[in-house]
Design a binder for this molecule. Structure first.
Ligand SMILES: Cc1ncc(COP(=O)(O)O)c(C=O)c1O
Length: 398
C-alpha cells in the first residue's frame, strides 16, 4: 500500500459526525445544515435541457482535452470576465476542461511536484483540504500560511522565510477564500508571480468562488488578469481553476476548467490522459451553454446578496459579523471554543455549523481556524433566516 495514504487527515465532515455523535437535538426543530458548502439554489433549466438533449453523445468516448467548442466557450468567458487581451487565451493551448476543480486541484500537484530535495507546497491555513492531500500524495510537505483577522484573512507572504520559497514548487492561492471569503488583490498576485519567477515555482489559483461577490462593480480579480496586466500574455507559471459548481449551481455536473501556462497544461493533459477523467459529451454540451450565459449568474449572485443581508441583520445584535468580500460562507468568531459552540448549537437548536479548527492545522504556534465556525449560506432564504434566528436565540444564552 501507498504509505502516504496514512498521512491523509479525515475529512472535516467525518470529524463533525464524531463531534455530534450521541447528541439528540430538540425533536420539534427541523435540522438545518450550514456545514456543507454545497450550492442549493436551483440550477438553470436551460442547462439541464441541454444536458438531456445530448444524451445520445453517451455512445462516444470523449476526448480528455474536451471539444474545441467547449474550450473556446471557456476562453471567451475568461477573456470577457477578466478583461484579458483579445486572443491571448488560445483554446488549443491554454484551456483544459476538468471534471470539477476538486479532482483537478489534486491531480495538479501530482503533475508539477518533482520529488527532489524536500519539496514544499505552500497553501493558506485554514484551507480547502484537497490542497494538503494533494501535496502529501505528491511526495511534498505542506507549508501553511496562517490567515487571521489581523491580516485580513490573507496570507502574509512577506513573512515567509526565503528558505521556504527556495523549496517551494507549488503555491495554492484561493481567492475568494474558503472559508474566510477574503479576496487577494492584483498587486499581491503580481508579487507572487515575481516570487514564482525568482524561486522557480508554479502558482495554482483556485478561483472557484470568483463569481460569488457582493459589489457588482468590483468582481474579484484573477491570476491570469494579474499576469496579463504585467504584459505576461503567455501566463508563464500561472494556472487558474474555475468551476460551474458555485457559479451556476451545478455541483453534480462535475464541470470546471484549468487554464493558463501552455507548457504546464501540456504536461497536465498527458497526466490526465492516463487518469482518464474526460468530461462526458452531454456534460460538455451543457457546460458550453453555462459558460456562454451570464444572466443566471447575476441572478444567483443577487440571491446570495439578499441572503447575506438578511442573515447578518439577524446576527449583528448578538455577535460580531461582517460580510465577506466573496464566496458563500460566513466566518464567525465564536465566544469560546469552536467545537463546544458547534456541539451546543446542534444540541439546543438543531443547526449544524463547521468548526473552524477542522479546516485548519496547528502551524507556527497556533491554529488559526480555532475559535471560528463556518456557516455556508447555501440553502434557500427561508432556511437561512430560520437558522440565523436560532443562532441568535442560542447566542443570547451562550
Ligand atoms: C476552495 C474550493 N475549491 C474547489 C472546490 C471544488 O469544487 P468543484 O470540484 O465542485 O469544482 C471547492 C468545493 O467546495 C472549494 O471550496
Amino acid at each position: 500500500m501507498n504509505q502516504d495514504l496514512d498521512r491523509l487527515q479525515p475529512y472535516p465532515f467525518e470529524k463533525l459526525n464524531r463531534l455530534k455523535a450521541g447528541i439528540t437535538p430538540p425533536a420539534g426543530l427541523e435540522h438545518i445544515a450550514l456545514s456543507i458548502g454545497e450550492p442549493k439554489h436551483q440550477p438553470p433549466k436551460f442547462i439541464a435541457e441541454e444536458l438531456i438533449s445530448h444524451l445520445h453523445g453517451l455512445a462516444n468516448y470523449p476526448l480528455t482535452k474536451g471539444r474545441i467548442e467547449l474550450r473556446q466557450a471557456i476562453a471567451d468567458w475568461l477573456t470577457r470576465r477578466f478583461a484579458l487581451p483579445s486572443g491571448s487565451v488560445d483554446a488549443e493551448r491554454h484551456v483544459l476542461p476538468v471534471a470539477g476543480t476538486r479532482e483537478a486541484l489534486f491531480a495538479f500537484a501530482q503533475v508539477v511536484v518533482e520529488r527532489n530535495d524536500k519539496p514544499l507546497v505552500v497553501m493558506p491555513n485554514p484551507f480547502y483540504q484537497i490542497y494538503e492531500g494533494a501535496a502529501l500524495l505528491a511526495g511534498a510537505e505542506p507549508w501553511f500560511l496562517n490567515t487571521t483577522a489581523r491580516n485580513g484573512f490573507l496570507p502574509d507572504y512577506d513573512a515567509v522565510p526565503e528558505s521556504v520559497w527556495q523549496r517551494c514548487q507549488l503555491l495554492y492561492l484561493c481567492s475568494p477564500g474558503n472559508p474566510t471569503g477574503a479576496v487577494t488583490d492584483i498587486a499581491t498576485m503580481q508579487k507572487l508571480i515575481a516570487l514564482a519567477d525568482r524561486f522557480d515555482f508554479i502558482i495554482a489559483s483556485d478561483e472557484c468562488y470568483s463569481e460569488l461577490y457582493f459589489d457588482e462593480q468590483t468582481p474579484p480579480p484573477g491570476l491570469l488578469q494579474a499576469a496579463a496586466a504585467m504584459g505576461r500574455n503567455d501566463f508563464h507559471r500561472c494556472v487558474v481553476f474555475h468551476s460551474l459548481s458555485k457559479r451556476s449551481n451545478l455541483p453534480g455536473l462535475r464541470s470546471g476548467f484549468v487554464a493558463g501556462d501552455a507548457q504546464i497544461l501540456e504536461r497536465f493533459l498527458l497526466y490526465r490522459t492516463y487518469q482518464g477523467c474526460a468530461l462526458p459529451p452531454p456534460t460538455q454540451a451543457a457546460s458550453i451553454k453555462a459558460w456562454q450565459d451570464e444572466k443566471h449568474v447575476v441572478v444567483n449572485r443577487d440571491y446570495y446578496r439578499q441572503k447575506f443581508a438578511a442573515v447578518i441583520e439577524i446576527l449583528k445584535p448578538v455577535i460580531a459579523v461582517e460580510q465577506p468580500a466573496g464566496g458563500f460562507y460566513l466566518w464567525l468568531k465564536t465566544p469560546g471554543n469552536d467545537t463546544d459552540f458547534t456541539r451546543e448549537l446542534f444540541a439546543k437548536q438543531n443547526v449544524t455549523v463547521l468548526p473552524g479548527s477542522y479546516l485548519s492545522r496547528d502551524a507556527h504556534g497556533h491554529n488559526p481556524g480555532a475559535g471560528y465556525v463556518r456557516l455556508a449560506l447555501v440553502a434557500e432564504m427561508d432556511e437561512c433566516v430560520e437558522a440565523a434566528q436560532r443562532i441568535h436565540e442560542f447566542l443570547k444564552s451562550f
